[in-house]
Design a protein around this ligand. Structure first.
Ligand code: SF4
Ligand code: F3S
Length: 107
């Protein structure tokens, strides 16, 4: 199993999750993060850190977000590691309450 970043991260990208990960398994895309499932050790620490509750255990991913399991696996092999928190986009708070953000995901 691994932990999975889901659509609430898109355009929010607060990156609080990054600082607590003991194995540096977050990967950064243009407007979202993902977790490398081959590196995640299921420590659970990142879940509580995300202000928009974007991170789930693989077994707990909501039905409408199941495609993010595959997206994390695929995009984590393409995107670069991020190992330190950085500033969120200036409009992150405005996007925090928006639903159905998958169409905004930049790869
Ligand atoms: Fe990193 Fe732990 Fe979160 Fe996995 S569960 S991404 S190891 S902080
Ligand atoms: Fe994204 Fe939440 Fe981390 S918004 S960058 S999963 S803290």
């Amino acid at each position: 199993m691994a932990y999975v970043v889901t659509e609430n991260c898109i355009k929010c990208k607060y990156t609080d999750c990054v600082d607590v990960c003991p194995v540096d398994c977050f990967r950064e895309g243009p407007n979202c993060l993902v977790i490398d499932p081959d590196e995640c050790i299921d420590c659970t620490l990142c879940v509580a850190e995300c202000p928009v509750e974007a991170i789930y255990a693989e077994d707990d991913v909501p039905d409408q977000q199941l495609n993010f399991i595959k997206l994390n696996a695929e995009l984590s092999k393409k995107w670069r590691p991020i190992i330190e928190k950085k500033d969120a986009p200036p409009d992150a708070d405005e996007w925090a309450g928006v639903a159905d953000k998958l169409k905004y995901l930049q790869r």
